[in-house]
Ligand binder design. Sequence first.
Ligand code: GLU
Length: 296
Amino acid sequence: MTSSTELNPDVVVRFAPSPNGLLHLGHAYAAMMAHDYARQRGGKFLLRIEDIDAGRSRPEFVTAIQEDLRWLGLDWDGDIIFQSERFDSYAAAADRLKAMGLLYPCFCSRTDMRQLQEDGALVEGPDGPIYAGTCRHLDPAAAIERVASEPHSWRLDVEKAVGVSGPLQWIDERHGRQIARPERLGDVILVPKEFPVAYHLAVTVDDAREGITHVVRGDDLFASTAIHRLLQALLELPTPRYFHHRLLLDETGGKLSKSRDSASLSVLRSDGVSGHELMQDLRQGMFPVGISLSRG
Ligand code: GLU
């Protein structure tokens, strides 16, 4: 993104943090990338709070996110969007996929899954272990009967879904044209047991509803885009362009995590660090000691 970037006021970008912890430098970098992408083109920058998991989302983190972004000087357009206010639309999307015969109920417990993983029975995918498909093989009538009385999630039958969608592609402005291979993630959960919707479905529905033209987010979500592209095709939603940016890494080469309070923006703020100067440094690729940018 250089100063020669062409203006395009139709551009709509979002920053979509989950309010289950304090934002850290990695989030500041991600928010900056999305914000600057929009502003350099004269487009819109939206703030969406991904609070679908009521068990982990906290109002104090929603407040902290706003304070952190203001401190950084990253202003957003319009009202903040809360996913927790949109559960009906996610349920409608899930119902549509069910009616297409593309979701199946899964009764596997976390313990079952952990056991399979410990036994080395699960193949590792780009976003964690791939579901072995145990419940895909249940007798459909018996499974539907169990739905009434047993806790269950709903999984996407990826193979069947790909059969419906046909081959799919998407454009990544940094990594180039991509062929979507959602089968590499396996039968992902779209409706979890514990809360009304999973990330993949909510994010796809919302990006379309908000008219997001460019999804600017970290490389940690690169693999997930194949599932989002598949859901767009199945639900007849438009496909945005993508820009997956590099990630900030800690001294061990791992992704910065919310648990590392030391790097949290609130701590930097209360230590008297200037948000404006921090942004200037990040924009120039200058990072605090021990923090570096991923390659590739
Ligand atoms: N809520 C996600 C996160 O905090 C980001 C979702 C996205 O940008 O697609 O990692």
